[in-house]
Design a protein around this ligand. Structure first.
Ligand SMILES: Nc1ncnc2c1ncn2[C@@H]1O[C@@H]2COP(=O)(O)O[C@H]2[C@H]1O
Length: 437
């Protein structure tokens, strides 16, 4: 803080005012420009929600810096320092809650995180100017609200492992359910165990809306048995009417409910049990501390790769999340063959590091080097479209690391690649003519 003696002159006051206005106007313009660019890129279905999330995330970044400066959290250990603008701090006070339709479980009672009432929260944080952001109008409708201390703590600090005792049969059940789930694939053994320990079994009756669009995110779920439909409601521009679209279905091994926990956003969709079912529920603290770190790092890395692939131009950003989550890392040593010309394969590859060399057999039967690709490039993507033979042999030069995904996994996640391509007819024709010149 600076102190001055005597009143500033009128001229000085004007100058200060101009500087003040300028810096704010500048920040304001910058924010709107960033929002506009992000909006044009993502073309969200729900503009208001998108803008709200954008500003919440910005506020969150600012708050994170504030916390680093005021609570002795070293910036280098701060999640934002490692994750760019990835959301690790809640933007609003977070609510631990249960809904009337999920009354067959109430984890709050044995929650490890400290629950504070709204009044306690105000007392604790009333001197913190950034502590309170009003929630959206329907944000917490019909839910009990208590504010979790987790909301003001960095996710890895003070994390108390949650252990919910289980029978060996239940542990086996979880292992089978999460066995093929992409979010769990890259966890090391200890983290895997922590997640299994923290999961709670939730029986769900057919017809129950286990997640309601607009509600607060409390748990992430993995399906042990049963089936679920996922709907998104959208308000019509000029009337009160809403339309409901089925966007996904889930069965054993599927998972949902990660978005609200990752981005501190209201639930993006409603999820209804279409049969009696059993879910494994993972609380938000464990999810954010263990699974999210892993997931968001991979999403960020792969999504920027995926945006470059013409075959995936027609994907919605949520679909790109899914593909990014499902990609698996594979390694090749120097000279190892990745793809053989003429073979039928169904994998496509994104190069994460290293060099891939491309060879083609010429008319004389000699193998000629035709190309070299490096980090960020992709190959083999047309295998997702059909079973035509590989057009070249690809060999690793030095150690090569790729992210890969097969046609079956792709189709299971998003349906036919042909159908997705058709959303953007120009791109579709370009890719199809590339296949059949
Ligand atoms: N197209 C979609 N858009 C948003 N969420 C989806 C979509 N398809 C499935 N979901 C899941 O629906 C869940 C609803 O709760 P969350 O927003 O926490 O996380 C969401 C995703 O896991």
């Amino acid at each position: 803080m600076t102190f001055s003696f005597g009143e500033p002159s009128l001229h000085e006051q004007q100058q200060q005012q101009e500087q003040f206005d300028f810096s704010y106007a500048d920040e304001y313009t910058q924010l709107l420009t960033e929002l506009h660019e992000a909006y044009c890129k993502d073309q969200p279905q729900d503009p208001l929600q998108y803008c709200a999330n954008f500003f919440n995330r910005k506020l969150e970044e600012q708050r994170a810096i504030y916390l680093c400066e005021h609570h002795n959290i070293e910036t280098e250990h701060h999640p934002l320092a490692e994750n760019g603008n990835q959301s690790m701090f809640p933007t609003e006070p977070t609510y631990s809650s249960y809904s009337s339709n999920s009354s067959n479980h109430h984890y709050d009672d044995d929650d490890d995180d400290v629950l504070l009432t709204d009044d306690e929260e105000r007392d604790n944080f009333s001197t913190t100017p950034l502590s309170s952001i009003p929630a959206a109008a329907n944000y917490n409708r019909g839910r009990r609200t208590s504010v979790s201390a987790e909301s003001m703590a960095p996710s890895t600090q003070g994390f108390v492992k949650k252990v919910i005792s289980k029978t060996p049969a239940q542990i086996e059940g979880i292992k089978i359910s999460v066995g093929n789930n992409f979010l769990f694939k890259n966890l090391d053994e200890e983290h895997h165990q922590d997640v299994v320990d923290a999961m709670a079994e939730v029986p769900v009756a057919e017809g129950t809306a286990i997640i309601e669009q607009g509600a607060v995110g409390d748990f992430f779920y993995v399906v042990e048995t049963g089936t679920f439909d996922c709907f998104i409601s959208t308000k019509q521009d000029d009337s009160e009417a809403t339309t409901q679209k089925l966007v996904a279905t889930y069965e054993a091994g599927g998972s949902f409910g990660e978005l609200a926990l990752m981005y501190n956003a209201p639930r993006a969709a409603t999820i209804v049990a279409t049969s009696d079912a059993v879910l494994w529920a993972l609380d938000r603290v464990t999810f954010r501390t263990i699974l999210m770190e892993n997931t968001s790092r991979r999403r960020k890395m792969y999504e920027s790769f995926l945006e470059e692939v013409p075959l995936f131009k027609s994907l919605e950003s949520y679909e790109r999340h899914k593909i990014a989550d499902a990609l698996e890392s594979v390694y090749f040593s120097d000279g190892e063959q990745v793809i053989l010309q003429g073979a039928i394969g169904d994998q496509f590859y994104l190069i994460e590091s290293g060099v891939a060399v491309f060879y083609k057999v010429d008319d004389n039967g000699d193998q000629q080097e035709v190309n070299q690709f490096e980090r960020g490039a992709y190959f083999g993507e047309l295998a997702l479209l059909n079973d035509s033979p590989r057009a070249a042999t690809v060999v690793a030069k030095g150690r090569l690391k790729c992210a890969t995904l097969g046609k079956k996994a792709f189709t299971r996640l998003l349906g036919s690649v042909h159908e997705i391509l058709k959303r953007n007819s120009e791109n579709y024709h370009a890719i199809i003519s590339q296949q059949h010149p």
